[in-house]
Design a protein around this ligand. Sequence first.
Ligand SMILES: Cc1cc2nc3c(=O)[nH]c(=O)nc-3n(C[C@H](O)[C@H](O)[C@H](O)COP(=O)(O)OP(=O)(O)OC[C@H]3O[C@@H](n4cnc5c(N)ncnc54)[C@H](O)[C@@H]3O)c2cc1C
Length: 322
Amino acid sequence: MIPEYDIDIAPLTTFGIPARAAALVRWQTADDLRDALADGSLPRPFKAIGGGSNMLFTGNFGGTLLLQDCSSEIGSDGTVAAGMELDEFCRLTAEAGLRGPENLSGIPGTIGGALVQNAGAYGVEIGEFLVSARLMNLNTGEVMTVDRDWMNYAYRSSRLKEEEDRFIIIDAVLKPQEADALARIDYGNLRAELGNAAPTPMAVRQAVLRVRDSKLPNPAVVGSAGSFFRNPEVDPAVLTPEMPRYMLPSGQAKVPAAWLIDRCGLKGRRFGGAMVWESQPLVIVNASGTATSADVVGLENEIIRTVRDRFNITLVPEVEHV
Ligand SMILES: Cc1cc2nc3c(=O)[nH]c(=O)nc-3n(C[C@H](O)[C@H](O)[C@H](O)COP(=O)(O)OP(=O)(O)OC[C@H]3O[C@@H](n4cnc5c(N)ncnc54)[C@H](O)[C@@H]3O)c2cc1C
Protein backbone atom coordinates (compact mmCIF):
# COMPACT_ATOMS: atom_id res chain seq x y z
CA MET A 1 0.00 0.00 0.00
CA ILE A 2 1.92 3.03 -1.28
CA PRO A 3 0.10 6.36 -0.94
CA GLU A 4 0.01 8.66 -3.96
CA TYR A 5 0.10 12.40 -3.39
CA ASP A 6 -1.43 15.43 -5.14
CA ILE A 7 -3.53 13.35 -7.48
CA ASP A 8 -5.88 14.32 -10.29
CA ILE A 9 -9.43 13.44 -9.21
CA ALA A 10 -11.07 13.82 -12.65
CA PRO A 11 -10.29 10.29 -13.90
CA LEU A 12 -11.52 8.81 -10.61
CA THR A 13 -15.03 10.17 -11.19
CA THR A 14 -17.57 9.77 -13.98
CA PHE A 15 -18.15 13.55 -14.14
CA GLY A 16 -14.52 14.16 -15.12
CA ILE A 17 -14.54 17.60 -13.48
CA PRO A 18 -11.06 18.89 -12.60
CA ALA A 19 -10.01 18.83 -8.92
CA ARG A 20 -7.07 17.49 -6.93
CA ALA A 21 -6.83 15.34 -3.81
CA ALA A 22 -3.98 15.69 -1.35
CA ALA A 23 -3.53 11.89 -1.24
CA LEU A 24 -4.94 8.60 -2.47
CA VAL A 25 -4.53 5.14 -0.93
CA ARG A 26 -5.41 2.07 -2.98
CA TRP A 27 -6.18 -0.67 -0.47
CA GLN A 28 -7.05 -4.34 -0.80
CA THR A 29 -7.48 -5.83 2.65
CA ALA A 30 -8.77 -4.65 6.02
CA ASP A 31 -5.14 -4.71 7.23
CA ASP A 32 -4.14 -2.25 4.47
CA LEU A 33 -6.93 0.03 5.59
CA ARG A 34 -5.92 -0.18 9.23
CA ASP A 35 -2.31 0.66 8.28
CA ALA A 36 -3.51 3.70 6.34
CA LEU A 37 -5.65 4.91 9.23
CA ALA A 38 -2.70 4.56 11.61
CA ASP A 39 -0.33 6.45 9.29
CA GLY A 40 -0.03 9.85 10.92
CA SER A 41 1.60 11.34 7.81
CA LEU A 42 -1.50 10.92 5.63
CA PRO A 43 -3.60 14.07 5.31
CA ARG A 44 -7.02 14.03 7.02
CA PRO A 45 -9.95 13.59 6.61
CA PHE A 46 -10.25 10.14 5.04
CA LYS A 47 -12.96 9.61 2.44
CA ALA A 48 -13.96 6.43 0.64
CA ILE A 49 -14.36 6.57 -3.12
CA GLY A 50 -15.75 3.82 -5.34
CA GLY A 51 -16.49 4.55 -8.98
CA GLY A 52 -16.89 8.26 -8.20
CA SER A 53 -20.22 8.15 -10.04
CA ASN A 54 -22.29 9.93 -7.43
CA MET A 55 -19.85 12.66 -6.44
CA LEU A 56 -19.11 16.22 -7.48
CA PHE A 57 -15.86 17.64 -6.10
CA THR A 58 -16.60 21.35 -5.84
CA GLY A 59 -12.95 22.14 -5.06
CA ASN A 60 -9.69 20.42 -4.16
CA PHE A 61 -9.92 17.74 -1.47
CA GLY A 62 -7.39 18.27 1.31
CA GLY A 63 -7.60 14.74 2.77
CA THR A 64 -6.91 11.16 1.68
CA LEU A 65 -9.19 9.23 -0.68
CA LEU A 66 -9.48 5.49 0.03
CA LEU A 67 -10.09 3.33 -3.06
CA GLN A 68 -10.36 -0.46 -2.94
CA ASP A 69 -8.51 -2.47 -5.60
CA CYS A 70 -10.12 -5.87 -5.46
CA SER A 71 -11.15 -9.05 -7.20
CA SER A 72 -14.48 -9.33 -8.99
CA GLU A 73 -15.59 -12.59 -7.51
CA ILE A 74 -18.64 -13.64 -5.56
CA GLY A 75 -17.66 -15.89 -2.63
CA SER A 76 -19.53 -19.15 -2.04
CA ASP A 77 -21.45 -17.49 0.82
CA GLY A 78 -22.31 -14.44 -1.34
CA THR A 79 -19.46 -12.21 -0.08
CA VAL A 80 -18.37 -9.46 -2.45
CA ALA A 81 -15.67 -6.84 -1.96
CA ALA A 82 -16.90 -3.26 -1.62
CA GLY A 83 -14.76 -2.23 -4.58
CA MET A 84 -16.32 -4.75 -6.99
CA GLU A 85 -18.19 -3.13 -9.86
CA LEU A 86 -21.93 -3.31 -9.34
CA ASP A 87 -22.57 -4.11 -13.01
CA GLU A 88 -20.17 -7.06 -12.86
CA PHE A 89 -22.11 -8.38 -9.85
CA CYS A 90 -25.35 -8.00 -11.86
CA ARG A 91 -23.81 -9.84 -14.81
CA LEU A 92 -22.57 -12.74 -12.68
CA THR A 93 -25.84 -13.18 -10.79
CA ALA A 94 -27.88 -13.02 -14.02
CA GLU A 95 -25.56 -15.59 -15.56
CA ALA A 96 -26.16 -17.83 -12.54
CA GLY A 97 -29.91 -17.48 -13.14
CA LEU A 98 -30.58 -15.54 -9.93
CA ARG A 99 -33.20 -12.77 -9.84
CA GLY A 100 -33.26 -9.16 -8.75
CA PRO A 101 -29.86 -7.55 -9.40
CA GLU A 102 -30.37 -7.76 -13.19
CA ASN A 103 -32.62 -4.69 -12.91
CA LEU A 104 -29.61 -2.74 -11.58
CA SER A 105 -27.50 -3.58 -14.63
CA GLY A 106 -25.62 -0.66 -16.12
CA ILE A 107 -25.52 1.48 -12.98
CA PRO A 108 -21.92 2.71 -12.83
CA GLY A 109 -19.81 2.40 -9.69
CA THR A 110 -19.08 -0.16 -7.03
CA ILE A 111 -20.94 -2.34 -4.54
CA GLY A 112 -19.71 -0.07 -1.70
CA GLY A 113 -21.01 3.15 -3.27
CA ALA A 114 -24.28 1.45 -4.19
CA LEU A 115 -24.80 0.19 -0.63
CA VAL A 116 -24.24 3.70 0.75
CA GLN A 117 -26.58 5.30 -1.76
CA ASN A 118 -29.08 2.39 -1.87
CA ALA A 119 -28.75 2.56 -5.64
CA GLY A 120 -31.89 1.58 -7.47
CA ALA A 121 -33.47 1.23 -10.89
CA TYR A 122 -36.55 -0.38 -12.45
CA GLY A 123 -38.27 -1.03 -9.13
CA VAL A 124 -35.27 -2.68 -7.43
CA GLU A 125 -32.88 -1.31 -4.79
CA ILE A 126 -29.57 -2.91 -3.85
CA GLY A 127 -30.40 -2.69 -0.13
CA GLU A 128 -32.99 -5.43 -0.44
CA PHE A 129 -30.25 -8.02 -1.17
CA LEU A 130 -27.99 -7.08 1.74
CA VAL A 131 -27.55 -9.74 4.40
CA SER A 132 -24.60 -8.16 6.21
CA ALA A 133 -21.70 -5.79 5.65
CA ARG A 134 -18.32 -5.50 7.33
CA LEU A 135 -17.47 -1.92 8.19
CA MET A 136 -14.32 -0.32 9.53
CA ASN A 137 -14.64 2.68 11.80
CA LEU A 138 -12.36 5.30 10.25
CA ASN A 139 -11.63 6.85 13.64
CA THR A 140 -10.72 3.69 15.55
CA GLY A 141 -9.88 1.02 12.94
CA GLU A 142 -12.43 -1.23 14.66
CA VAL A 143 -14.30 -3.68 12.38
CA MET A 144 -17.97 -4.45 12.93
CA THR A 145 -20.59 -6.47 11.06
CA VAL A 146 -23.98 -4.88 10.49
CA ASP A 147 -27.21 -6.17 8.95
CA ARG A 148 -29.82 -4.65 6.66
CA ASP A 149 -31.89 -3.25 9.55
CA TRP A 150 -28.86 -1.34 10.84
CA MET A 151 -28.49 0.29 7.41
CA ASN A 152 -31.95 1.88 7.74
CA TYR A 153 -32.52 1.88 3.99
CA ALA A 154 -34.91 4.28 2.28
CA TYR A 155 -35.14 5.88 -1.17
CA ARG A 156 -31.50 6.61 -2.20
CA SER A 157 -30.49 6.77 1.42
CA SER A 158 -28.96 4.70 4.20
CA ARG A 159 -27.58 5.17 7.67
CA LEU A 160 -24.11 5.16 6.10
CA LYS A 161 -25.04 8.12 3.95
CA GLU A 162 -25.56 10.08 7.16
CA GLU A 163 -22.47 8.65 8.88
CA GLU A 164 -20.37 7.98 5.78
CA ASP A 165 -17.33 9.80 7.04
CA ARG A 166 -17.14 7.51 10.07
CA PHE A 167 -17.32 4.11 8.36
CA ILE A 168 -15.97 2.39 5.28
CA ILE A 169 -17.47 -0.81 3.87
CA ILE A 170 -14.88 -3.57 3.48
CA ASP A 171 -17.14 -6.22 1.99
CA ALA A 172 -20.74 -7.40 2.09
CA VAL A 173 -22.83 -10.55 1.81
CA LEU A 174 -25.55 -10.12 -0.82
CA LYS A 175 -28.31 -12.63 -1.47
CA PRO A 176 -30.31 -12.21 -4.69
CA GLN A 177 -33.68 -13.92 -5.09
CA GLU A 178 -33.81 -17.54 -6.22
CA ALA A 179 -34.24 -18.44 -9.90
CA ASP A 180 -37.95 -19.24 -9.50
CA ALA A 181 -38.79 -15.68 -8.35
CA LEU A 182 -40.77 -13.62 -10.86
CA ALA A 183 -39.00 -11.17 -13.14
CA ARG A 184 -39.75 -7.60 -12.06
CA ILE A 185 -40.50 -5.88 -15.32
CA ASP A 186 -43.55 -3.73 -14.55
CA TYR A 187 -41.50 -0.59 -14.36
CA GLY A 188 -40.61 1.96 -17.01
CA ASN A 189 -40.83 0.44 -20.48
CA LEU A 190 -39.23 -2.88 -19.56
CA ARG A 191 -42.28 -5.04 -20.30
CA ALA A 192 -42.73 -3.38 -23.68
CA GLU A 193 -39.07 -3.98 -24.42
CA LEU A 194 -39.33 -7.66 -23.44
CA GLY A 195 -42.73 -8.66 -24.80
CA ASN A 196 -44.90 -11.02 -22.81
CA ALA A 197 -42.64 -14.05 -22.50
CA ALA A 198 -41.25 -14.95 -19.06
CA PRO A 199 -37.76 -13.53 -19.50
CA THR A 200 -34.60 -15.01 -18.02
CA PRO A 201 -32.53 -12.76 -15.73
CA MET A 202 -30.04 -12.36 -18.59
CA ALA A 203 -32.84 -11.25 -20.99
CA VAL A 204 -33.98 -8.67 -18.42
CA ARG A 205 -30.39 -7.49 -18.02
CA GLN A 206 -30.00 -7.03 -21.78
CA ALA A 207 -33.32 -5.12 -21.96
CA VAL A 208 -32.31 -2.86 -19.05
CA LEU A 209 -28.98 -2.12 -20.73
CA ARG A 210 -30.71 -1.28 -24.04
CA VAL A 211 -33.24 1.05 -22.39
CA ARG A 212 -30.54 2.76 -20.32
CA ASP A 213 -28.31 3.22 -23.38
CA SER A 214 -31.12 4.97 -25.21
CA LYS A 215 -31.66 7.51 -22.42
CA LEU A 216 -28.58 7.98 -20.31
CA PRO A 217 -25.18 9.36 -21.25
CA ASN A 218 -22.43 6.74 -21.36
CA PRO A 219 -19.83 7.96 -18.81
CA ALA A 220 -17.05 6.73 -21.11
CA VAL A 221 -18.23 9.29 -23.68
CA VAL A 222 -19.98 12.11 -21.80
CA GLY A 223 -19.24 12.88 -18.14
CA SER A 224 -22.08 12.96 -15.63
CA ALA A 225 -23.09 11.65 -12.23
CA GLY A 226 -26.44 10.25 -13.39
CA SER A 227 -29.60 11.69 -11.87
CA PHE A 228 -28.53 14.99 -10.40
CA PHE A 229 -31.66 15.61 -8.29
CA ARG A 230 -33.85 13.47 -6.05
CA ASN A 231 -37.52 13.09 -6.94
CA PRO A 232 -39.11 15.55 -4.48
CA GLU A 233 -41.68 14.45 -1.91
CA VAL A 234 -44.17 17.28 -1.62
CA ASP A 235 -47.30 18.34 0.21
CA PRO A 236 -50.32 17.52 -2.02
CA ALA A 237 -51.31 21.22 -1.79
CA VAL A 238 -48.56 22.16 -4.25
CA LEU A 239 -49.61 19.57 -6.89
CA THR A 240 -51.06 20.94 -10.12
CA PRO A 241 -53.63 18.83 -12.03
CA GLU A 242 -51.24 17.84 -14.82
CA MET A 243 -48.34 16.99 -12.49
CA PRO A 244 -47.49 13.26 -12.45
CA ARG A 245 -47.34 11.94 -8.88
CA TYR A 246 -46.98 8.81 -6.82
CA MET A 247 -48.84 8.98 -3.50
CA LEU A 248 -46.78 7.82 -0.51
CA PRO A 249 -48.18 6.15 2.64
CA SER A 250 -47.14 9.32 4.53
CA GLY A 251 -49.72 11.33 2.53
CA GLN A 252 -46.92 13.17 0.70
CA ALA A 253 -46.68 12.92 -3.10
CA LYS A 254 -43.50 11.97 -4.96
CA VAL A 255 -43.13 13.96 -8.19
CA PRO A 256 -40.65 13.11 -11.00
CA ALA A 257 -37.97 15.80 -10.93
CA ALA A 258 -37.32 15.13 -14.65
CA TRP A 259 -40.89 16.20 -15.48
CA LEU A 260 -40.54 19.43 -13.49
CA ILE A 261 -37.24 20.30 -15.21
CA ASP A 262 -38.65 19.42 -18.62
CA ARG A 263 -41.77 21.57 -18.07
CA CYS A 264 -39.52 24.53 -17.26
CA GLY A 265 -38.03 24.19 -20.76
CA LEU A 266 -34.57 23.44 -19.39
CA LYS A 267 -33.65 20.48 -21.62
CA GLY A 268 -30.40 21.30 -23.40
CA ARG A 269 -29.83 24.35 -21.16
CA ARG A 270 -26.12 25.23 -20.89
CA PHE A 271 -24.07 26.97 -18.23
CA GLY A 272 -20.42 27.15 -19.29
CA GLY A 273 -19.44 23.57 -20.15
CA ALA A 274 -22.35 22.00 -18.20
CA MET A 275 -25.63 21.05 -19.88
CA VAL A 276 -29.02 19.50 -19.07
CA TRP A 277 -29.09 16.17 -20.99
CA GLU A 278 -31.68 16.25 -23.80
CA SER A 279 -33.01 12.70 -23.46
CA GLN A 280 -33.10 12.69 -19.64
CA PRO A 281 -33.32 16.17 -18.11
CA LEU A 282 -32.57 14.84 -14.62
CA VAL A 283 -28.95 14.48 -15.71
CA ILE A 284 -26.41 17.31 -15.84
CA VAL A 285 -23.53 16.47 -18.18
CA ASN A 286 -20.00 17.71 -18.68
CA ALA A 287 -20.95 18.49 -22.27
CA SER A 288 -17.74 20.12 -23.38
CA GLY A 289 -15.48 17.75 -21.46
CA THR A 290 -14.00 20.91 -19.96
CA ALA A 291 -16.79 21.88 -17.54
CA THR A 292 -15.75 23.11 -14.12
CA SER A 293 -17.52 22.47 -10.83
CA ALA A 294 -18.59 26.15 -10.92
CA ASP A 295 -20.36 25.46 -14.26
CA VAL A 296 -22.21 22.48 -12.79
CA VAL A 297 -23.16 24.31 -9.60
CA GLY A 298 -24.23 27.37 -11.66
CA LEU A 299 -26.56 25.17 -13.74
CA GLU A 300 -27.79 23.32 -10.63
CA ASN A 301 -28.73 26.64 -8.99
CA GLU A 302 -30.48 27.87 -12.11
CA ILE A 303 -32.55 24.66 -12.28
CA ILE A 304 -33.47 24.86 -8.58
CA ARG A 305 -34.48 28.54 -8.92
CA THR A 306 -36.51 28.03 -12.12
CA VAL A 307 -38.41 25.00 -10.78
CA ARG A 308 -39.09 26.77 -7.47
CA ASP A 309 -40.39 29.91 -9.20
CA ARG A 310 -42.71 27.93 -11.45
CA PHE A 311 -43.93 25.10 -9.17
CA ASN A 312 -43.08 26.19 -5.62
CA ILE A 313 -41.05 22.95 -5.23
CA THR A 314 -37.41 23.01 -4.14
CA LEU A 315 -35.27 20.32 -5.78
CA VAL A 316 -32.55 18.71 -3.67
CA PRO A 317 -29.44 17.21 -5.31
CA GLU A 318 -28.89 13.47 -5.19
CA VAL A 319 -25.24 13.85 -6.19
CA GLU A 320 -22.96 14.31 -3.18
CA HIS A 321 -21.06 17.62 -3.21
CA VAL A 322 -17.63 17.09 -1.66
C1 LIG B 1 -24.71 7.53 -16.22
C2 LIG B 1 -25.07 7.27 -14.80
C3 LIG B 1 -26.25 6.59 -14.50
C4 LIG B 1 -26.62 6.35 -13.17
N1 LIG B 1 -27.78 5.66 -12.92
C5 LIG B 1 -28.15 5.41 -11.65
C6 LIG B 1 -29.34 4.67 -11.36
O1 LIG B 1 -30.04 4.21 -12.26
N2 LIG B 1 -29.68 4.48 -10.06
C7 LIG B 1 -28.89 4.93 -9.04
O2 LIG B 1 -29.24 4.72 -7.87
N3 LIG B 1 -27.77 5.64 -9.28
C8 LIG B 1 -27.36 5.88 -10.54
N4 LIG B 1 -26.22 6.59 -10.79
C9 LIG B 1 -25.44 7.14 -9.67
C10 LIG B 1 -24.30 6.21 -9.18
O3 LIG B 1 -23.81 5.43 -10.23
C11 LIG B 1 -24.74 5.31 -8.03
O4 LIG B 1 -25.20 6.06 -6.95
C12 LIG B 1 -23.60 4.37 -7.58
O5 LIG B 1 -24.15 3.37 -6.76
C13 LIG B 1 -22.47 5.07 -6.83
O6 LIG B 1 -21.41 4.14 -6.66
P1 LIG B 1 -19.90 4.62 -6.65
O7 LIG B 1 -19.05 3.44 -6.34
O8 LIG B 1 -19.56 5.34 -7.91
O9 LIG B 1 -19.91 5.62 -5.43
P2 LIG B 1 -19.03 6.94 -5.25
O10 LIG B 1 -19.58 8.04 -6.10
O11 LIG B 1 -17.59 6.62 -5.40
O12 LIG B 1 -19.34 7.26 -3.73
C14 LIG B 1 -20.64 7.62 -3.32
C15 LIG B 1 -20.64 7.75 -1.78
O13 LIG B 1 -20.38 6.48 -1.22
C16 LIG B 1 -19.22 6.53 -0.40
N5 LIG B 1 -18.51 5.24 -0.58
C17 LIG B 1 -18.04 4.70 -1.73
N6 LIG B 1 -17.48 3.51 -1.46
C18 LIG B 1 -17.60 3.30 -0.12
C19 LIG B 1 -17.20 2.27 0.79
N7 LIG B 1 -16.54 1.18 0.39
N8 LIG B 1 -17.50 2.42 2.10
C20 LIG B 1 -18.16 3.52 2.56
N9 LIG B 1 -18.52 4.53 1.76
C21 LIG B 1 -18.26 4.42 0.44
C22 LIG B 1 -18.40 7.71 -0.89
O14 LIG B 1 -17.57 8.23 0.13
C23 LIG B 1 -19.52 8.67 -1.26
O15 LIG B 1 -19.98 9.30 -0.10
C24 LIG B 1 -25.81 6.82 -12.11
C25 LIG B 1 -24.62 7.51 -12.41
C26 LIG B 1 -24.26 7.72 -13.73
C27 LIG B 1 -22.96 8.43 -14.02
